[in-house]
Design a binder for this molecule. Structure first.
Ligand code: SF4
Length: 463
């Protein structure tokens, strides 16, 4: 592209979706090892933005140690006669797309979850300063979104500065999300679709409705409307709802039609408010996951920033791998934090009365939206460490899922023959994909009447 002749590496859509492994990386900005990282766009009056200005607070790329990771903040100030505050989220979400156009630069996630990596190869070819990043972003913004007339950049790698601005950014996002509440799916004729993440998950399309915030937590229904208006040929588009097929599960004829077209027939139906039976697909940059815990017939929730093991022994990365990729996996569901605040959150599965565990930090963020009588009945990592403790906790607290256990026992007893047959399948020494060699696994089936859609085999814990 001629507009990028002065950039030392190539820039183009062919680099979207490029994954950069640790071994190939020069430096990582943000990412899971850094507590403080963010990217934020703010709209200012024209006279308050100095066009093309780049400020770097802290070491520039060339001064960061090879293979190191750094705290990272990016504040972009934009101005334009037609730019309104409502468009901040629209401009902000494009950072992900545009940075991924740069050869040897990877950008994941959004807002406070970002992870950026630069390859050694691109660094050695001369991409060694944030000024190059600013030049690419400026040119793409001005050509793709002409309402951006002036743009200014502040890059931060100094830990204290990033931390300070991180707090301010969180307040700004909270205010932005709160503005989008109050409208319900029934009150609108159209939803919005987003295909921005198809470069990473080709069959994934987000359906953004007033009651179902985008999985990444960065685009509300209002943001979708604003984006589709200013950039009608872009990745965010209008979806006429069409006839409502199921108001509880949230299935709409217009949504199904759009999903079939945009996933090239791979996905046929989507129900918006459930994690089972045609759930909404998940790309990979969701803020969190809802995961079904069959042992207690409830859901756990986990977000990207949760470091340890969840209550069923799996960490976020493992749960996220089972969820992502644009697939529909029953019981594994990508969600945003804001969707947890929605009155239609997992509505068809019981909503909050089916949630049994979540990280304390997430609980703090959504506490005001959990029905009051349930707040103390949902466990966190501080109260329970494993499924046995969870069962005891839920029983003691009289969590609503406990009633479902009783109902299931009644059914099971009624159906159980006098002498319960059981079958044990010894698998000691049998090599199994994904499990370390030599690990002993045993499957025991008792009084089973089983219809299996998915079988999860977990290693036996050392006694
Ligand atoms: S998660 Fe969804 S809404 Fe967010 S950028 Fe990706 S496709 Fe768009």
């Amino acid at each position: 592209m001629s507009m990028f002749k002065d950039i030392p590496v190539d820039v183009g859509v062919i680099y979207e979706g490029e994954r950069i492994r640790f071994g190939d990386m020069q430096v990582e900005l943000g990412g899971p090892r850094e507590q403080y990282k963010f990217e934020l766009v703010r709209v200012f009056p024209l006279e308050e933005v100095e066009d093309s200005k780049v400020t770097v607070i802290g070491p520039d790329i060339k001064d960061l140690k090879e293979k190191s990771n750094s705290p990272f903040g990016l504040l972009i100030k934009v101005a334009g006669k037609e730019l309104e505050k409502d468009l901040e989220a629209v401009v902000e979400r494009r950072i992900h797309e545009y940075i991924n156009f740069i050869e040897g630069f990877m950008h994941l996630n959004q807002r406070y979850d970002i992870q950026l990596r630069l390859t050694k190869k691109s660094f050695q070819r001369g991409f060694n300063s944030f000024t190059f990043l600013a030049k690419v972003l400026e040119r793409l913004y001005k050509s793709e979104l002409p309402i951006v007339e002036k743009i200014e950049f502040v890059f931060m790698t100094e830990g204290e500065k990033v931390k300070e601005m991180f707090g301010e950014a969180m307040k700004i996002w909270q205010e932005r999300d709160a503005r989008a509440r109050g409208l319900s799916d029934e009150e609108v004729d159209v939803f919005y679709g987003c295909t921005l993440c198809q470069s990473f998950a080709p069959t994934h399309i987000c359906v953004i409705t007033p009651n179902r915030y985008a999985n990444c937590g960065a685009i509300s229904w209002f943001d979708g409307r604003a984006t589709a208006r200013v950039d009608p040929k872009g990745p965010v588009f209008t979806v006429p709802k069409g006839e409502c097929i199921d108001p509880v599960k949230g299935e709409y004829e217009g949504v199904n039609q759009m999903i079939r077209e945009k996933s090239l027939g791979e996905i046929q139906r989507v129900c918006l408010y459930t994690a089972f039976s045609y759930p909404h697909t998940s790309c990979g940059c969701f803020e969190g996951c809802a995961f079904y815990i069959p042992e207690v017939d409830g859901f756990g929730l986990v977000d990207r920033n949760f470091r340890g093991e969840t209550v069923n022994g799996l960490n976020f990365t493992t749960i996220s791998d089972a969820t992502a990729g644009g697939r529909q996996i029953d019981g594994f569901h990508g969600v945003s934090i804001e969707y947890m605040r929605s009155k239609k959150f997992l509505q068809a599965d019981g909503g909050w009365s089916r949630v049994v565990w979540l990280p304390k930090s997430v609980k703090e963020r959504v506490k005001d939206f959990i029905p009051t009588e349930l707040v103390d009945k949902v466990a966190t990592e501080e109260e329970v460490k494993n499924l046995d403790e969870l069962r005891t906790f839920l029983t003691d607290k009289k969590h609503p899922v406990v009633e479902t256990w009783k109902a299931q026992e009644v059914v099971a007893k009624a159906e159980r023959p006098a002498a319960e047959p059981s079958m044990e399948i010894p698998l000691e020494g049998v090599p199994m994909a994904g499990l370390p060699a030599g690990l002993n696994v045993r499957i025991i089936l008792k009084g089973a009447k089983i219809s299996v859609k998915k079988l999860i085999i977990k290693p036996e814990k050392e006694k």
